[in-house]
Design a protein around this ligand. Sequence first.
Ligand code: ADE
Ligand code: ZN
Ligand code: ZN
Length: 237
Amino acid sequence: WGKTGHRATAEIAESYLTKKAKRNIEELLNGRSLAFVANYADDIKSDPEFRKYGPWHYVNIDLEDEKYMPEKANPKGDLVQAIRKCISVLKDNSAPKEEKQFYLKMLVHFMGDLHQPFHAGRSADKGGNDIQVRWFGEGSNIHRVWDSDMIDSFQMSYTELAENTKDLSKEEMEKIKSGSLLDWVYESRDLADTLYASVDNGEKLGYEYMYERFPMVLEQLQKGGLRLAKVLNDIYG
Ligand code: ADE
Ligand code: ZN
Ligand code: ZN
């Protein structure tokens, strides 16, 4: 996602944290909110010292594979390895505060990216980055339409997006929180498959695409927020 999507995910998560998780996070982030740190992982991308974390923002599963194959995974890291690493450092009682702070900021971001379907897209087109489209007449690509174009066109702040998520029943909430990290990856990958099938290179997208697909954006932001809270609540059990 772009900045607003990441902040919305973090803001939604904030409202589902247990007291214990809240306390631990406040202390690690020196009182800053999750939304405040949600874009840190993108902000450091241009710094040579942090360039190695570039591949951590996405995961590409080969078309012929149904499942994530650890032996075929990117040795430079991917979204699955990234999230596992973040969780393990945050659970490690011997890790220094500075390291925990870094990986908490990364985790908040990566749980967002996990729910942008094209961050679990195909490697051949760089997760849709190579599929050029027009967005309301301007040059874009389908990855960017999903990262930020739709959200920007909607013109709502991240707090408004967080406040306007759908009311969910207890059952719906439990269903979203269930499953493993890999189940969540496959869910995004499957959504990406559908989205790939519904766009052509060079296609003109605008109101119609927005009308049809923006509900899925909101749903993904909400799932990302709920699952980020679940992961954090589990860490601070
Ligand atoms: N961003 C850059 N490369 C990517 C890829 N292969 N998949 C998803 N997002 C990306
Ligand atoms: Zn992206
Ligand atoms: Zn990212």
